[in-house]
Design a binder for this molecule. Sequence first.
Ligand SMILES: *[C@@H]1O[C@H](CO)[C@@H](O)[C@H](O)[C@H]1NC(C)=O
Ligand SMILES: *[C@@H]1O[C@H](CO)[C@@H](O)[C@H](O)[C@H]1NC(C)=O
Length: 354
Amino acid sequence: MKYSVSTLAFALGASAVSIPRDCTFTLSASGGQSGTVGQLSDGQNRVGGNNPTGTYTISNGQITDSQGRGCILTPPTTQFQCDVGATPTGGFAIGTQGQVTYNGSTTFYACPATDSMYNIYTTSVQGQAKCVEIELSASGCYASQTSSQQSKTTQQSCPAPSTVTVTSFVTQASQSSISSKASSSAPASTASSTTCPANLSGSYQYPHLIVPVSSTSPNTAAGTSYNGNIDSTTSSIFNFDIPSSYTGTCSLVFLFPEQSQLETSSYTFSGNGVLDFKQLSTVATQSTTYANQGTVKSDLGDFTVKPGTSTVVATFACPAGQAVSYEISSVSGTSLEYFQDYNPSPIGLYITSC
Ligand SMILES: *[C@@H]1O[C@H](CO)[C@@H](O)[C@H](O)[C@H]1NC(C)=O
Ligand SMILES: *[C@@H]1O[C@H](CO)[C@@H](O)[C@H](O)[C@H]1NC(C)=O
């Protein structure tokens, strides 16, 4: 999926535009759990199960459901539910492509409520090992907001997106909720003083699109994936959308914790761990295949990854405001498949800035 960062810049800077008050939207989740967001009769919003689809409106950063219940983040867990008589929690917004943010973050969490249904939270629930990271997409009311205080909602009546994608703009996933965990379990860093941290304790970007391409099915577009998948015939391409605020130095880092440090992610790994990292000339899309992936802009070299290490692959001037694609391929038979995640210990390809 393509989008332009200049659109984002415009949207974030836009002031009030007339907003149809009657726009409604449904929500769909993507990421660790996907599906339409339904509602229990008491107003809890859930992913999975066969609950009636929730329909919502948004005004001044506040979401209300079709029964007029205010949608709140119930303390202390931050569960997203709509309660009779509640004043809706402010701070929600819908980005130009339908991505839902809370306090500027696109990251939400789905934690199991039953075997088949997940509650939605803005912070991962302490002690619930099975929470997964999700993003929420609104089917309409595409909007942007300057801040929850100013509450200038702009709106266009865009058609619903036909597919749910992992594409999103926002950038700084709730740092506060992960930094303490990241610090306690971050693998040993190989960074030198000239690189940005090989951990996520500062500003970082996670990939907004991961696309596997395979030489055994060169014309097949596998579409977006939540896994990095690398073996002798399959490579994975990772897209990053570098915010225009990233004007300093960036490092491309590969974080590879021990399996024992992971709760919601896992991996399979075999071979000698040698991986080749490349920057591609063309930004990948969900239609990218092995055959059409285009050329290599620069080969960043072979690196040996092993559990419990973090690798700084490259350090460069941040490509502020640009989308960039990197590819990881297997060298001499290394095979690695992992669920790109950061809870509680980040795994996968990230860009850190400093
Ligand atoms: C969201 O922002 C509001 C206002 O700054 C703050 O009170 C609230 O704690 C924030 N919520 C989270 C989960 O960070
Ligand atoms: C992250 O990396 C930086 C630079 O390498 C280091 O100073 C810092 O202590 C690391 N933080 C954690 C939480 O490991």
